[in-house]
Design a protein around this ligand. Structure first.
Ligand SMILES: NC(=O)c1ccc[n+]([C@@H]2O[C@H](COP(=O)([O-])OP(=O)(O)OC[C@H]3O[C@@H](n4cnc5c(N)ncnc54)[C@H](O)[C@@H]3O)[C@@H](O)[C@H]2O)c1
Length: 226
């Protein structure tokens, strides 16, 4: 297999470019400069040029990278990123946990636009109010192995309480899942070939709270001086 020249940090930024280009295409914009991408993504234009240069070096097939001075061709670049990110075919996702978070994820329409389809939903409570599930069928957790293996599902989302997450993750991996987005606030111990991404909004909020408390500490001495 060809070794990719794209680093993990660049890979982390590609979905941001992808989402932005998708919007530009919706607005029927044909070309975009790195400066315009900077305005829309907040990523420095030099960084964007470097990332897209790496992308260009990584692809072995011919692709239109635009004419100097015109900017990047939106459709071609989108197509390249789709291939690199594996979004050129729809990805079927299993979601475990149809609670508040699970149902919010199901009703988020942008996933589908990006070729990510939450198709199999599992919960321990199969009588759960499934009004938010639209046309998605809710399966009893007891069927997880069968359904994942039979349908060759490779991507899963965990949205169950922390106490259940490790066991669910083990079952998912045994059934063939290779990548997991984990929302439960727990570190999952899994074989190293499994890619796990942990999402934790509270970590983000605590990080922001640090900036507030720093402001208060800086303002405090002035208060004492009256
Ligand atoms: N990362 C974040 O930013 C973030 C934000 C909100 C919630 N969370 C986490 O996501 C998880 C879900 O949160 P929520 O608010 O949706 O909780 P919730 O209680 O509303 O939903 C949890 C769901 O999991 C199901 N469940 C419990 N044990 C199960 C098992 N063994 N197998 C299958 N299903 C099972 C429950 O029946 C319920 O439907 C929690 O771990 C929570 O801490 C993370």
């Amino acid at each position: 297999m060809k070794k990719s020249k794209i680093s993990n940090t660049t890979l982390d930024r590609l979905p941001i470019y992808y989402r932005c280009l998708k919007k530009l295409k919706e607005y029927k914009i044909d070309f975009v400069s790195s400066k315009e991408l900077e305005k829309r993504t907040g990523i420095n234009s030099n960084q964007i040029r470097r990332d897209l240069y790496d992308v260009r070096m990584d692809i072995s097939y011919y692709h239109d990278f635009g004419v100097r001075g015109m900017g990047y061709p939106v459709s071609s670049l989108l197509e390249i990123l789709e291939k690199i990110l594996g979004l050129n075919n729809e990805i079927e996702i299993a979601l475990v946990g149809a609670g508040s978070l699970g149902q919010a994820l199901i009703s988020y329409k942008e996933f589908k636009k990006m070729g990510l389809k939450i198709k199999y939903v599992f919960d321990i409570d199969s009588k759960k109010d499934s009004s938010q599930l639209a046309d998605i069928e809710l399966y009893d957790i007891a069927n997880i192995s069968n359904i994942i293996t039979k349908n060759q599902v490779k991507m899963a989302i965990i949205a169950v309480p922390a106490s259940a997450a490790q066991e669910i993750a083990n079952e998912l991996v045994e059934a063939g899942v290779e990548v997991i987005l984990n929302f439960a606030p727990v570190y999952l111990e899994l074989p190293e070939e499994v890619t796990v991404r942990n999402e934790d909004l509270s970590i983000g909020l605590i990080g922001l709270s640090y900036h507030l408390s720093k402001q208060q500490v800086q303002e405090a001495p002035l208060k004492y001086l009256g």
